[in-house]
Every structure is written in C-alpha cells, then in structure tokens.
Design a protein around this ligand. Structure first.
Ligand SMILES: *Cc1c(COP(=O)(O)O)cnc(C)c1O
Length: 353
C-alpha cells in the first residue's frame, strides 16, 4: 500500500477470484463457468458494422437488450437495469439499500462481505442449519436489508418458491435482494414476484446459464421506483457500464431459447451423473439446484482433495471458511470432464489417500 491511499484501503479484504491459470491446460471445474458455446445466434449479432461502431460510446440505456429482457420475462422496460456483470448490480444495491444494515447467510457468496465492508454496511450473518439449508423464519421481519442467493452460492441448495416468498412478504418494510446467478438451473425463478412485491430486487446474470462470463453482463429486475434508485447510482459512477459487443451478444442469447434450454438441460443431467458418481465413491454430496456441487469425503480434507485433483490436471474450488473447509466445490462441466474427474477420484481412493 502506498502512503497516498485512503486509510480504509488497508483494512479491506478484497474478493479472491478462482484461479484462471495460463501455465498448462486444466480441466477447469472451479469457477462455475458454462462448458458449452454461448449460441450461434448470439455470435451472429457481432457484425463488421458493429465493430466499426466501437468508435462511438455504447448506448447508456442498453435499449435493445433491455427490450429483449423485458419481452423475455413479460415485464415493463422500466423494470430492467443492465449492468457490467451482476457483481456490479450487487455493488449498486449495497450502495443504495444496505448502509443502514444488511443480513445474509454465514455460508454464501463471498462478495457480500466485501461489499458490506467497502460501503460501510453493518452486516449480520444468519447461520445456515446443520444440513446447510436456510430456515426462512430466521429472516422474517429483519428490520434491515436481506440478501439471499437462491440457489445459494457454495452449497447449491435452493429455497422453494413459497418459502422465499414468505421472507419477501414478511419484510415489506425493507428491501429483499435475491441473487439468482444459478436460478436457471433450478425449478424456480423469482422474477414474476417483482410484480407483486415492491420491496423485491432480483439480480441476474448472463455469466452462468448463458455462457457469457467473459462478456460481463448482468441485470436487475425490480419495481420501476427501485430501478430508478439504482440508475441514479449507475449514472453517478459509469454511464457506459456495458460495452456494445457484450450487450449485443447477451440480447442474441435471448433470441435462441431452444439452444438455451438444451444446454441447461444437459448441465442438469450431467449434475445428476456427477452427484451419483461421487456418492458411489463415498462422498457426501449436498443436493444441488445449481451448476456445481459441494461434496466431501470423511477422513480427507478439502485441501487434500483439491491438491490431488490439481496435480492431476483438474481444478476445483476449496474454501477456508470453517463450516465448509472439508468440502470441495465442483463445477458441472461436460460429461467427458466429469468422467475424468470421477476416474481420478476413484484412483485416489484406491491409492488410499
Ligand atoms: C457468479 C456469481 C455472481 C457474479 O456473476 P457475474 O459474472 O458478475 O454476473 C453473483 N452472485 C453469485 C451467487 C454468483 O455465483
């Protein structure tokens, strides 16, 4: 740290992204990326004219993409805000709604703590149950902003629609932010509830289910007054937050629904194979509604599993967080990748490690 920097920077612990190694080719199952191509129709949006238009600033309102999203979900265009990945959407939400206090699960997406620190939001951590599920009652009438990842990050466990709705309706005096990064892999999406609840903010992304992690596109769907709050922050920070090419690619994926459903279904089928395979090898696997599974094998530490796999060319994620430090988080890749992973873990068991 330089002596010129803001004092508070010293105390901040930034988010630590999963490895993106360039040294050798790994089977990469560590950052919940989608293994499939985004969509031919999306790629076809990027024309030579569009590339030439990069000399102009991007459309600050993302008009075409906002229209595509609004049409897809049957909501008004004033209910949609497009952001630079959903991490930016979350940052806007923390700035707008969390300074008076925020609560979220003790095991969830690591960025919530980072934003709470960064924007001076007093944070309360609500413990997951012993089986890593969320007890909705612990979130009733919180008196502060609630953030819920559904399905939850790291565990993959989803809270059913009715139980999620009970949290939203019991918190009518404060905002409930639902982070839906993995919702497309589950059987519930909270977007329709934004028409019924003026306190609900849904945060969504093209990074996982739509294979555009590198394009950085996210979006918020909420009541128009809430979108107006968040736009005020966006225009006070970065009006051109989404670039022309990424916005066109994202809109393209929404016009290719058949392909989208096909790839999501493939990932869900591979998830079932992965979970079964791990159980046969003696692993405990949490029931996942996301594109990853959290699993552990008694008697082996998370670090040992992670290191063994890494030395065999497979990257998974391990967390130091004490409640889950004996687990590894495995992204659902292709069937072939999952096959190699299971074979490697079987070899590890035979070698008695
Ligand atoms: C991946 C992820 C995000 C961030 O996604 P972006 O790439 O920034 O859109 C947000 N929340 C959760 C829970 C995630 O897993």
């Amino acid at each position: 740290m330089s002596r010129y920097a803001w004092d508070k920077l010293n105390g901040l612990s930034p988010y630590v992204p999963g490895e993106q190694p360039r040294d050798r080719k790994y089977i990469k199952l560590n950052t919940n990326e989608n293994p499939y191509f985004t969509s031919e129709r999306a790629i076809a949006q990027v024309t030579r004219d569009m590339l030439d238009n990069l000399k102009l600033y991007s459309d600050p309102e993302c008009t075409r993409l906002v229209r595509a999203i609004a049409r897809y979900y049957g909501v008004d265009e004033e209910c949609v805000l497009v952001t630079n990945g959903s991490d930016e959407a979350l940052a806007f939400c923390f700035q707008a709604y969390c300074r008076g206090g925020v609560c979220f699960a003790d095991v969830t997406y690591g960025f919530y703590n980072v934003f709470a620190d960064m924007y001076d939001c007093p944070a309360e951590h609500i413990a997951l149950e012993d089986d890593f599920t969320i007890d909705p009652q612990k979130y009733f009438c919180c008196g502060r902003t609630v953030v819920i990842a559904n399905p939850n990050a790291q565990t993959g466990i989803a809270l059913g629609g009715e139980r999620l709705e009970s949290i939203i309706s019991s918190n009518s005096r404060n905002i409930v932010i639902v982070d839906q990064a993995y919702a497309d892999f589950s059987d519930f999406n909270a977007i329709p509830l934004t028409k019924k609840y003026g306190n609900l903010v849904t945060v969504n992304t093209f990074s996982k289910s739509r294979s555009l992690a590198g394009a950085r596109v996210g979006y918020v769907i909420a009541a128009p007054e809430l979108i107006a709050d968040l736009k005020k922050i966006k225009y006070s920070f970065h009006p051109y937050n989404v670039n022309t090419l990424s916005a066109a690619l994202a809109a393209g994926t929404m016009e290719d629904d058949e392909y989208f459903h096909e790839t999501v279904a493939k990932i869900c089928a591979t998830r079932a194979r992965l979970s079964e395979g791990l159980k046969k090898l003696g692993f405990q696997v949490l029931p996942s509604s996301a594109n990853f599974v959290l699993a552990r094998r008694m008697g082996v530490s998370g670090w040992e599993l992670y290191n063994y796999l890494r030395s065999n060319g497979i990257l998974v994620r391990h967390f130091d967080d004490e409640r889950i430090d004996d687990f590894i988080r495995i992204t659902v890749g292709t069937d072939e990748e999952v096959h190699v992973l299971l074979k490697t873990l079987a070899k590890m068991t035979e070698e008695n490690i």
